[in-house]
Design a protein around this ligand. Structure first.
Ligand code: NAP
Length: 529
């Protein structure tokens, strides 16, 4: 296979390119089962440091940008990404085995995210401006003038996700929200799709140049996370980290960031089992549809979604037995898929084998298999609720097209099973209209468990919007008060600043008395424009 001459394999350190000479590796084509020809070069230690220093130098200028200027940059980038769709999709397909439609759809989502943040910051209200006027006559002490708003945190390190080469990689949601907040970004490319990262990084740099932003606005380092990534996170100029990946990787970065002389927040999206609860009424009225929806959601993208439903809970009955048999037949027929990397494929096979060997676990169905190197079979397993509750390993995410049916003796035991589980991104309830009013305690538990509670639907397919919450208690997110998708993701990269006793001219426009931006603000406790 011929090499792509447009790929240099080098990092982007601001406006300059990295050097050769470090460790090299090649991307792997999971569909072909062979390496791609182009070599990629790990960033040298001094290049990682330089990227962090350039970012720190750019931070004040980015923090001072108007919402309009940030919007112009985000739109310039969105336009470039949209125009480069064919080249981006072609490279990502080779590096990830994701189908063309998925790659194109994900690029569309990435463009949409950039435009969403552009519109948000252009309007300006997101800063949550608050004004409390002074009261010099107040007794016993005069009240000072207080004005507060969100300000950018500073340089952000973004780790690319293996399973989202666009929407959660170089110009994805973490990067877009950090830029929107006014933060410089240093991206750590994922070694599984370095060519896709290089093409995208070139687009970001060209947008930075076009709108005249400082050099350190963006850098992208190639290499492994345990080397270049850890060096970056430890760099004293860094202010925050965005990460999507494994629980072990996210936790390592959280611990590393907490151990710094100056600890910084890590916004890590890690692991989630996304429980689905199926009640008797829904089972009776639309069991077949739930079974086909469930298998579709479990196997979509070869199960490599953070919202893949990994556990289904229901109460034992004759109808439940028939439902499980139907679900098993659908899993048995689900076609084999090609996973993102040999490592992810190995981890999946090992996790299914380990789970199948746990006490009380039965393998109900496995899909057809071939001997493709990254091929993965769907798998449906079953366990009783008592064995599930007793065995914490069954509560862990299996990344891939595997789901575990938990059969409960009654609703009280189903509640106990949910109480034993860790935080998830989503929790789903299938219930009939008639049974819903009696299930307020169940709904309350599901909303304690997850950031998004879904009624009579399925968790895969995350809409990017102002109201989406893609977060949840640990370990689905490192900080369950936040979201990593949607416009609220911007707040991860900000902090509140209060200006006390300032002359009007010295205030940011958002807080000036005349409200020159015309934004809604909380003035003396009343929301007004
Ligand atoms: P990963 O191993 O967590 O790696 C993600 C990124 O973080 C890579 O750049 C990796 O760098 C870096 N990294 C990992 N451990 C690190 C550490 N200790 N210190 C610094 N950086 C570190 O995830 P992956 O490669 O995408 O897939 C591996 C497994 O993660 C999957 O099998 C799956 O179980 C899980 N995963 C879950 C989700 C989800 O949405 N829940 C998404 C993706 C993956 P290097 O590997 O280059 O060192």
């Amino acid at each position: 296979m011929s090499s792509d001459p447009s790929l240099t394999g080098l990092s982007f350190i601001g406006f300059t390119r990295g050097r050769v000479g470090g460790r090299t590796w090649r991307a792997f084509d999971p569909a072909a089962g062979s390496e791609l020809p182009e070599p990629f070069h790990t960033a040298h230690a001094d290049e990682v440091d330089r990227a962090a220093e350039l970012a720190a130098a750019a931070a004040p200028a980015l923090a001072a940008l108007s919402g309009k200027a940030k919007a112009a940059f985000l739109r310039a980038l969105a336009d470039r990404v949209a125009a480069a769709t064919p080249a981006l999709a072609a490279r990502a397909m080779r590096e990830t085995a994701l189908p063309e439609a998925r790659c194109q759809g994900e690029i569309g989502r990435t463009v949409g995210q950039l435009r969403l943040f552009a519109a948000l910051v252009e309007k300006g209200e997101w800063v949550d401006a608050r004004i409390e006027h002074a009261d010099p006559e107040r007794k016993p002490v005069p009240k000072p003038d207080h004005r507060s708003m969100c300000r950018p945190l500073g340089p952000v390190a973004v780790f690319c996700a293996s399973n989202f080469p666009f929407a959660y990689s170089v110009a994805g949601g973490d990067t877009a929200s950090a830029f929107a907040a006014g933060c410089p970004v240093v991206v750590v490319a994922h070694q599984a799709h370095p060519g896709t990262a290089e093409i995208m990084a070139g687009l970001v740099v060209s947008a930075v140049r076009e709108v005249g932003l400082p050099e350190g606005t963006f850098s992208m380092v190639q290499g492994d996370g345990r080397d270049v990534g850890q060096r970056l996170v430890k760099h004293p100029t860094l202010s925050a980290v965005g990460f999507t990946g494994s629980r072990a990787g996210g936790r390592a970065l959280m611990d590393l960031a907490a151990a710094r002389p100056l600890p910084i927040p890590v916004y890590a999206e890690m692991s989630s089992v996304n429980p689905v609860v199926l009640l008797e009424g829904a089972l009776a009225s639309r069991g077949e549809a739930v079974a086909s929806g469930m298998v579709g959601s479990c196997t979509l993208g070869v199960g490599q979604f953070c919202t893949q439903p990994g556990v289904l809970l229901l109460v034992r009955s004759a109808a439940a037995e028939a439902f499980i048999a139907k679900l098993a037949s659908l899993f048995a027929a689900a076609p084999e898929g090609v996973m993102l990397t040999p490592g992810i494929r190995r981890a999946y096979a090992a996790a299914v084998a380990a789970r199948s060997a746990r006490k009380g676990v039965r393998v109900l169905a496995t899909g057809p298999s071939s001997d493709r190197s990254c091929g993965a079979q769907a798998a449906l397993l079953q366990v009783s609720a008592s064995d599930f509750i007793a065995d914490g390993t069954l509560h862990e995410e299996v990344f891939g097209p595997c789901s575990l049916v938990v059969v409960c003796d009654n609703l009280a035991q189903l509640h106990r099973a949910l109480e034993s589980m860790e935080g998830s991104l989503t929790a789903t309830l299938h219930a009939s209209d008639a049974e819903l009013p009696q299930q307020q305690a169940l709904l309350a538990r599901l909303s304690e468990l997850a950031g998004r509670v879904i009624l009579n639907g399925f968790p895969t397919g995350v809409e990017v919007s102002h109201a989406i919450v893609h977060g949840g208690p640990y370990p689905s997110l490192s900080d369950g008060r936040t979201t990593s998708v949607g416009s609220n993701a911007i707040y991860r990269f900000t902090r509140l600043v209060c200006y006390q006793g300032f002359a009007d001219a010295a205030l940011p426009d958002e807080l000036k008395e005349s409200n020159p931006l015309g934004i809604a603000r909380l003035v003396d406790g009343v929301r007004r424009v």
